[in-house]
Structure formats: structure tokens, C-alpha cells
Write a protein that binds this ligand. Sequence first.
Ligand SMILES: C[S@@+](CC[C@H](N)C(=O)[O-])C[C@H]1O[C@@H](n2cnc3c(N)ncnc32)[C@H](O)[C@@H]1O
Length: 178
Amino acid sequence: MPVAVLRLGHRLGRDKRTTTHLILTARALGAHRCYLTAPDPEVQQTVAALQRRWGTTLEVVVQRNWRKVLKERRGGAIHLTMYGENLPTVLPALQALVERTGKEELLVVVGGAKVPGEVYALADFNVAVGNQPHSEVAALAILLENLGGREALQADFGGPLRIVPQARGKVVDDATAR
Ligand SMILES: C[S@@+](CC[C@H](N)C(=O)[O-])C[C@H]1O[C@@H](n2cnc3c(N)ncnc32)[C@H](O)[C@@H]1O
């Protein structure tokens, strides 16, 4: 299932760390695209530099028109919000959505400071990862893990740098040094 994240409400400068973490978390859990509704050269450069070393598996697409992304999607859309239906309750329905729309991109919508009301109507599901406020990065990770993102934890990302997992210590295989 191809997964894309639609990041709403990114504030230049202020949100750069959270948005960078959001994108890298999405990538680590297998997402292949992130739509940024505001260009942020710092975020884009950080992600590009990291992917050059660790493998380019995710595309960052700047699209100011979030409505267009939501309305023109071909697959399902899940909006993460603490006000939504709680994940454990709605998970079977989300899995059914993924099965139904399997080959199409699943869009996961993540908010920022304030999410326009229209988003709640345009999404197929408004999903809470627990009905308490917390972090968009944590909410995204838990959702993706529940929808099969665990597979990506063991995937080969194809970059020149590869970690050789160790019980203790650090071993990194650098293909460019061979
Ligand atoms: C700083 S929070 C703002 C909280 C926001 N009022 C809301 O609707 O969840 C930014 C984003 O984190 C995500 N988020 C925060 N808590 C969440 C939760 N319990 N479940 C799912 N998503 C959450 C949502 O995508 C939200 O738009």
C-alpha cells in the first residue's frame, strides 16, 4: 500500500524541526511521499541530504492547495486528530479501507496549529491515537505501524550508508568508502 502524508499548517521556521521529524518518521515507516503545504527550503534540504546518504525512498512535493490533494486523491484519506474515532475502535474499518483501495495511495492528513473544518468532512476517517492531545509525529508512527508499517522497519532503503545492527556499539557500512 503506497502511503503519502499531507502535512497541513507548516509555519516557516517555527515548525521546521517537527515537520522534518514527521517526514523522516513517515519515510522510516514506508511512506513514499509527503505533501508540504508550504515550501520550506531548510526542511527540504535536510531531508534531501539525509536521503542521499541513507537512501532516497520518499519524495517531498510542495502543494499549497491541500484541498486539491484531498479532493483529487484516488485512494482513502485518514485525518489524524485527537477529536476523532479512537484507533483501537476504528482499526478494522481502516484495514478494510486499505484492502479496498490497496494499490492507490493512502493519504494520511496531519495537522498543525489549526486544522480547517473542511478537512474533517473530506477525509474518509478522522482518527485519534488516543483522545488526548500529543504529537503528530507519534500519532503518525502509531497509525502507520498499525497499518503495516512494521515491514518497513526491516526494509533495505538502498542508500550508500547501512547500519549493521549491534547489541552494543555502532557499525555503519559505507559503500562509498569501499
Ligand atoms: C499540535 S496538534 C494540534 C491538536 C489539534 N487541535 C487536533 O485536532 O488534534 C497537531 C496535530 O497533531 C496530531 N495529533 C495530536 N494529538 C493527536 C491524537 N491524540 N490523535 C491523533 N492525532 C493527533 C493531529 O494531526 C494534529 O492536527
